[in-house]
Design a protein around this ligand. Structure first.
Ligand code: 3MF
Ligand code: MG
Length: 344
């Protein structure tokens, strides 16, 4: 049998964090950017995901930005890494308080689009063609705050402005139903998929699916991924785990529901996701109780969980599964899968 395409693993530098949360200050020392980049290879990762302002401050003029990006490129390439995507951080600036593309102020919407185009320029300088849009503040706290119909159109306009800014760039929507907003305008993968076919160039628009975001929407991540895979639109993932419908937890992959993680891995294996060029991105947070010396354990553990589940998925007897399906013996199938997960 031909060797399968190896999975490529990525994460963003925000996954190494100080442990500050809305209820308490940092509990670990801040790690310098360059030191974070040096961790990747040690942890067995291949590439980096960036917010635009992880690369350089958003206020830099064009010349200073170009220079700063060149330094980061050198640093990343020096470590033998590649940049998987750039995500414009459209949720921290004073001009994005009321949303970015859907803000009621025309000036603020203009800022969001300009900032997104700038993120595309940064991506180009880094030799990367993926832009991830996590539409953090495109929604409302109260329904009456914005015109929801206009809002949907404004998101399409913003995507189009980016597709037109650069004819090579690809846009990946990362959908999340709530947090920070009470209700997001495009809460699920399905919502964004319904919209992407109406953009100026649907062939350059796809999705990044985060496990926790699907779970927060009451959906199963593996089914969300299967839906996007059928459309050939699953271009990246953020694997993690989530314990029920509460705040976004970004737990270690597989740590809450092993079977759900197994099904996620199985669907990626079944679709030969790695061969299509997609990376295995992790978006995981260390527990606040984690000590400084262990601040990357959650990343190593998530990757290891993924690889172990790949082994389990590959050990599944396809014939046995098909027999159970044909006989409608789902009790038997379930018990077989549980046994596999217990390595029995
Ligand atoms: C929010 C997220 C973010 C996004 C990241 C890239 C911290 O819930 O998951 O990760 O993935 O900003 O768009
Ligand atoms: Mg994420």
């Amino acid at each position: 049998m031909a060797a399968k395409t190896a999975y490529r693993f990525t994460f963003g530098p925000w996954n190494i964090s100080t442990g500050a949360d809305p209820f308490g200050p940092p509990v670990r020392e801040e790690v310098a950017f360059a030191a974070k980049i040096r961790e990747y290879k040690k942890l067995g990762f291949d590439g980096v995901q960036f917010h635009d302002d992880d690369v350089c401050p958003a206020e830099l003029d064009h010349a200073a930005m170009t220079k700063a990006v060149a330094e980061v490129k050198k640093m990343v390439e020096g470590e033998g890494l590649f940049v998987e995507f750039i995500a414009p951080r459209l949720w921290e600036h004073p001009r994005t308080i009321d949303g970015a593309y859907t803000a009621n102020s025309a000036e603020d919407r203009k800022y969001a689009i300009e900032r997104s185009k700038r993120a595309i320029d940064i991506a180009n300088l880094l030799g990367c063609r993926n832009i991830v849009l996590w539409l953090a503040r495109e929604g409302t706290y109260i329904r009456e705050a914005k015109d929801p119909i206009t809002a949907v159109g404004r998101i399409v306009d913003a995507v189009n402005a980016q597709l037109e800014h650069d004819k090579n760039i690809r846009i990946l929507g990362e959908m999340k139903p709530n947090e920070p907003m009470d209700q997001a305008y495009l809460p699920t993968v399905g919502h964004f998929m319904g919209l992407l076919y109406r953009t100026a160039d649907p062939s350059r628009v796809g999705v990044l699916i985060e496990s926790a975001h699907s779970i927060l929407a009451g959906l199963d991540p593996s089914d969300d991924m299967a839906f996007a895979l059928w459309h050939k639109k699953l271009w990246s993932v953020h694997l993690n785990d989530q314990n029920g419908l509460k705040y976004d937890q970004d737990k270690t992959f597989g740590s809450v529901d092993l079977r759900r993680a197994f099904n996620t891995v199985s669907v990626l294996e079944r679709a030969n996701y790695a061969a299509s060029g997609g990376c295995i991105g992790l978006d995981v947070k260390a527990m606040r109780t984690t000590k400084q010396a262990d601040q990357t354990k959650h990343l190593a553990n998530s990757k290891e969980m993924f690889l172990r589940l790949v082994e389990v998925a590959r050990s599944v007897d396809v014939k046995k599964v098909e027999e159970c399906r044909a006989a409608r013996d789902y009790e038997g199938l379930e018990f077989y899968v549980l046994g596999k997960l217990m390595r029995q």
